[in-house]
Write a protein of this length. Structure first.
Length: 117
């Protein structure tokens, strides 16, 4: 939103902070967090760990028309880049166990099907 405000009104970010007030920005951030948590609950994602949510959402964002995504794509996504390799693969296994992703029949390793939407 802040980026949109600066582009639309040709003002700097610091001017936006002064105009909106920090407490107003914090209130908006809190509102967004509440909305996000409600959406995660509605989609059944609330019980997932943050790592699981990040990989699952990256898989949804990157999946091809046949619902497949490869691990190299997933590892490169901004949601997963900061994860250690062991955490990434443990989390993939956890998502498999929860049946949110499945190994593809097309390729033995590195290709997954996003099974839920």
């Amino acid at each position: 939103m802040l980026r949109w405000l600066t582009q639309q009104n040709n003002v700097t970010v610091s001017e936006n902070y002064r105009c909106l007030g920090m407490s107003n920005l914090i209130e908006k951030l809190i509102s967004l967090k509440v909305i996000l948590e409600e959406m995660e609950e509605d989609l059944g994602l609330a019980p997932l760990s943050e790592f699981e949510k990040n990989i699952y959402l990256a898989a949804q964002a990157l999946k091809s028309p046949d619902n497949t995504v490869n691990t190299n794509q997933l590892r490169g996504h901004s949601f997963t880049q900061s994860m250690s390799r062991p955490t990434f693969f443990r989390t993939l296994q956890s998502l498999e166990e929860k049946e949110l992703i499945a190994r593809s029949d097309i390729k033995k390793t590195g290709l997954f099907v996003v099974t839920a939407s």
